[in-house]
Design a protein around this ligand. Structure first.
Ligand SMILES: Cc1ncc(COP(=O)(O)O)c(C=O)c1O
Length: 290
């Protein structure tokens, strides 16, 4: 027998979910008439504010004009998105793939990195090294790549043991708090992980430029990312930067990695890309990899 209407509950807070009936600007409005300041923009998603008429009209127009067209074909809204992205993306990242969110975008980036290694004659390069404090999504592969015990709980036997290198954490560096050699220590630790896994087996490094969803904005030392980029070049590894949270202006630059003089081979986005107005993620690659 089907449960009656009032027996069903919203899964997160059974029986006591708060109801949001309207959202505008930076505020959420509840069914009880309260206004709540949504200072974080949901899960760091709503980069342009709630309820913007211009965005709603564009979504209406896009769905009315071309509700669905198979991915290889261009539509006016796809063309407009690619053109708009040109103002944001680093010039090296010329290839644009759309997904339905950040998890799927990371999943696609992992597949692209492994397929790229295979295509250039390095098929044994299949491992992806991520970091011990990290979150990259909800799929099985991205859960395998996420060093987040709470989100792996109950799945340990279903996911794979992917290698983790330590997340650069100046406050907890084994050399001491904010030690001047912190960046070098973490780059050396990553080098050791690559060697331990066998550099011929490693396809890619996957990481957030600034550790957010699993660490609350942990900024690495300035020499960390240039050091990681050098390791990727030395060992032919694809550098995948997960900018699902740090992308599209969240850290004061267009993308979080732009605080340092580096460019990833694949940049992954979600959240702010569509600001919560549509389920959308993006994988942006170089000519060679994308
Ligand atoms: C860094 C990071 N990567 C990936 C994801 C997954 O994105 P989505 O929830 O759009 O699948 C998130 C979501 O919180 C995230 O913060």
């Amino acid at each position: 027998m089907n449960p009656s209407k009032n027996q069903r509950s919203w899964p997160f807070l059974p029986g006591r979910a708060m109801e949001i009936v309207r959202a505008e600007g930076a505020y959420l409005h509840t069914s009880k008439g309260q206004a709540i300041l949504d200072a974080a923009g949901g899960a760091i998603v709503v980069n342009v504010g709630h309820g913007r008429e211009r965005v709603a009209k564009a979504v209406y127009q896009a769905t009315k004009d071309t509700s669905y067209v198979v991915p290889p074909w261009l539509t006016p809204s796809r063309r407009a998105m690619v053109d708009a992205l040109s103002d944001w993306l680093p010039s090296e990242l010329t290839r644009v793939h759309a997904t339905s969110g950040g998890s799927e975008a990371n999943e696609a980036a992992i597949k692209m990195a492994v397929q790229y290694q295979s295509a250039v004659g390095r098929p044994e390069k299949t491992k992806v090294i991520s970091r011990d404090l990290s979150y990259h999504g909800t799929t099985l592969a991205t859960t395998s790549a996420s060093g987040h015990p709470g989100r792996r709980k109950g799945l340990e036997r279903a996911i794979e043991s992917w290698p983790f290198s330590p997340t650069p954490y100046p406050l907890r560096c084994p050399l001491g708090r904010h030690h001047p050699d912190t960046g070098r220590w973490y780059v050396d630790a990553l080098r050791q992980h690559i060697l331990d896994e066998g550099s011929d087996n490693v396809a890619a490094i996957l990481a957030e430029p600034i550790t957010d969803s699993s660490g609350g904005a942990i900024v690495p030392p300035d020499d960390y990312w240039p050091g990681v980029r050098r390791l990727c070049d030395e060992f032919n590894l694809v550098l995948i930067l997960d900018e699902v949270m740090t992308g599209f202006g969240r850290t004061g630059r267009d993308f979080g990695h732009q605080h340092w003089p580096i460019t990833p081979d694949i940049l992954v986005s979600g959240k702010g890309l569509a600001g919560g107005y549509a389920p959308l993620g993006g994988v942006f690659g170089t000519e060679a990899i994308g």
